[in-house]
Each structure stands twice: as C-alpha cells, then as structure tokens.
Design a protein around this ligand. Structure first.
Ligand SMILES: NC(=O)c1ccc[n+]([C@@H]2O[C@H](COP(=O)([O-])OP(=O)(O)OC[C@H]3O[C@@H](n4cnc5c(N)ncnc54)[C@H](OP(=O)(O)O)[C@@H]3O)[C@@H](O)[C@H]2O)c1
Length: 343
C-alpha cells in the first residue's frame, strides 16, 4: 500500500438541489499501486461541468449514473507519474476521465475509461484540453454545425457567457449570422457583446427579459443553440421562424430539480415546433469521438489566429470542487470552469 495520499470525493447519496457534503464526501485514501497494463495519473486540472450534476442523479441518461460510494466521475487533464503501459509513458500529459481525485489509475483493460496523450510540446495551456480544445469546444462546434446558421439568419445562444455558449456564438458569428446571447447579469451581457462580439445579449435576471429578447430578435429566431431549457426555451419556441432548427445541447435549468420522480417542468410551447415546422436535434458530444481530431485542429487554428476568444475560470484546490460545481450552476462564473488540483 502506497503512503502517498489520494484526496478524493465519493458519492454517498443522490442530491436533490445543490450538492451537499453529505451527498459528495471529501475524503483521503492511499494512492493505489499499479500493476501490469496500468498507469498512475496525477490530475492537474479537473473539469467542472454541469453534466457532473446529471451523473450524480439516477435520471435516465446517456451514461449510467455514478454508483453510490464510487469516486465521483469527472474529466481532467493530468500527467503520467508511474507507468506499466507503453502507450502512457511517464511524463506524458493526458486527458480523460480522471475522476474527482488527485490520482487515478488508467487501466488498459477499461475501454470505457480511455486516456488521450496530448501533443508535446503542448500547443495550448492544459485547461484548454477540457475546454475550448476539449469536450466543451467540440460541443459548441458540433451544435453550430447541426443548427447550420446562415448569413442573415438569427441564432440565439443561451448560457452565452459559459464554456459552450461563448464558443458557439463566436462560431455562428463567423458564418455571418446575427447572434443573440442570453446570460445572467448586466456584466456578463457586456462581456458577451463587447468581448465575444455577439450582436446583442439579454439579461435573464432582468424582470423584462422577455421584452429584451423580443426586441433583440426583431426578425424572429432561425436557430436556437439551447443550453438551458425551462421558461427561457419556452419563450424562444414562441419566436421561432418557419424552418427553425433547435440544437439541443443542454437543459441546465432542470439539473438541480430532478428528484427521482417524473415531476420536471416540461415545455408548454411545444405547439410551435409543429406550427413552424421546426427541427430539434439533441446531441451528446461523446458520440462524435471520430470527429474530435478534425474539430480540435480547426479550433486550434482559430485560436492561434486570434479568431476565437476563450477564457477559463480557474479555481484553486480540489477541496473546492463541490462548491465550484454548485457555484457554476448558479451562474457565478464565466467561460470554462476548471479546478486547479496541483500548483
Ligand atoms: N450535449 C453535450 O454533449 C454537452 C456537452 C457539454 C455541455 N453540455 C450542456 O451545455 C450547457 C452549457 O454547459 P457549459 O459547460 O458550457 O456550462 P456553462 O454555460 O459554462 O455554465 C452553466 C451556465 O448556465 C447558466 N444557467 C444556470 N442555471 C440557469 C437557468 N436556470 N436558466 C438559465 N441559465 C442558467 C448560467 O449562466 P448565466 O447565469 O450567465 O445564464 C451558468 O453559468 C449545459 O446544459 C451542459 O449540460 C452539453
């Protein structure tokens, strides 16, 4: 047994509402020894994703829930610190499902837990590989591709100051569309328009957000890059144009509400999907692994040319991960949120 400590979170119960210390226990254990076909990875940055909250629930989903008492599932970037695997040499930087812990074992036999070796030298800072050059940037790219905004059309992006939304809006702008964001608070809206270059941004926290949204989309909405669901999506449905496309990326307004029963709000304005002959396409980024290299190449190029702005929020300390997830869902941050695990 190793004497090095592995600090980690174990899921002890399924949350209702915000995640508590009872739901997700912070604990210390020994770092496991590795055997043949395994490598030990030291997590450097943990990705904080709204879907972490979904994985804690037993909602019917695209992936099984995290089992009770298991280490919390999560994506991260790290470095190989010991290895009995030829494909994961010591010193290599890797991205994969590290879990919410200091150290994880990458086992070649676990095909469901692959790790990808990052280029050496790194073409971008490590957090980018779980952000703009990782699953969030790829989600933005795929969602825009599915929505296919054309010059002169209007695309709406909810959670526009967030990891996916901020990239999606910039990509749609470059296709010549009018891009309108929705974000929480005047400061975020100023950022979305002033820094990211959206045409307008609606403050979802303002009493008159519905009026703001109507005024910002005078020609209606052709593409909805949907990240939040709930009453915002309902209002957006009411402004769809004929032939509109909804690229359904996420429903964050509902993630804290699931209580194991079928009592989620549901949409009321579904009739507009019919009346406007709209298409709605849900997608999960992990189904498109075959496109990752191509999309990362494109996004890397855009970043290097200064054609894409990506900002990360870095919170120090693995011990703050649970709190950071709650704060992220509450809308306290902008850009990609990561927890810095090692200095
Ligand atoms: N389909 C996929 O494969 C895939 C992949 C990655 C992410 N996603 C989904 O994409 C969405 C965005 O993910 P992200 O990683 O980019 O997160 P994010 O946007 O960086 O963070 C979440 C943001 O959602 C907004 N929000 C929270 N509660 C809300 C509510 N009740 N109503 C409206 N907005 C609310 C908050 O922004 P404001 O306060 O500024 O509004 C918050 O900052 C999530 O729904 C996520 O599950 C899907």
């Amino acid at each position: 047994m190793s004497t090095v400590t592995n600090r980690l979170y174990r899921l002890r119960s399924r949350p209702t509402g915000e995640v508590t210390a009872d739901n997700l226990e912070w604990t210390e254990e020994s770092v496991p020894e590795i055997s043949r076909g395994q490598a030990l990875i030291r997590t450097h940055y943990l990705s904080v994703d709204p879907t972490n909250r979904v994985w804690m629930s037993d909602m019917r989903s695209y992936i099984p829930p995290v089992e009770l008492d298991a280490v919390m599932r999560g994506a991260g970037v790290g470095q190989v610190v010991a290895s009995l695997r030829e494909d994961l040499p010591v010193g290599a930087h890797v991205v994969g499902l590290t879990g919410w812990q200091d150290y994880c074992v990458a086992d070649a036999a676990r095909e469901d837990l692959p790790f990808t070796v990052l280029p050496d030298p790194l073409p971008a800072p490590l957090p980018a590989f779980v952000g703009v050059l990782g699953h969030t940037g790829i989600s933005a790219y795929l969602g825009v591709e599915f929505g296919d905004p054309k010059p002169g059309e209007t695309m709406l992006v909810s959670a526009a100051a967030g990891a996916v939304g901020s990239i999606a809006g910039q990509l749609a702008k470059r296709r010549g569309a009018r891009v309108v964001g929705i974000a929480g608070g005047a400061e975020k809206c100023r950022y979305v328009v002033g820094k990211l270059g959206f045409d307008a941004c609606v403050d979802r926290r303002a009493d008159d957000w519905r009026t703001q949204l109507d005024l910002a989309t005078p020609q209606g909405i052709d593409v909805d890059f949907e990240n939040v669901g709930g009453e915002i999506m309902d209002h957006v449905l009411g402004r769809l144009n004929v032939g509109a496309r909804i690229t359904l990326c996420g429903l964050i307004s509902e993630y804290n509400d699931y209580d194991g029963t079928d009592t989620q709000h549901g949409l009321r304005n579904v009739s507009q999907l019919l009346m406007q002959r709209a298409q709605l396409r849900g997608f999960i980024v992990f189904d498109h692994v075959d496109r990752y290299a191509e999309i990362i190449g494109q996004l890397s190029h855009d970043l290097s040319q200064g054609a894409l702005i990506s900002e990360d929020t870095v919170v120090s300390g693995l011990e703050n991960a649970r709190d950071t997830l709650n704060r992220s869902i509450a809308g306290e941050y902008r850009g990609k949120v990561v927890v810095k695990v090692v200095d």
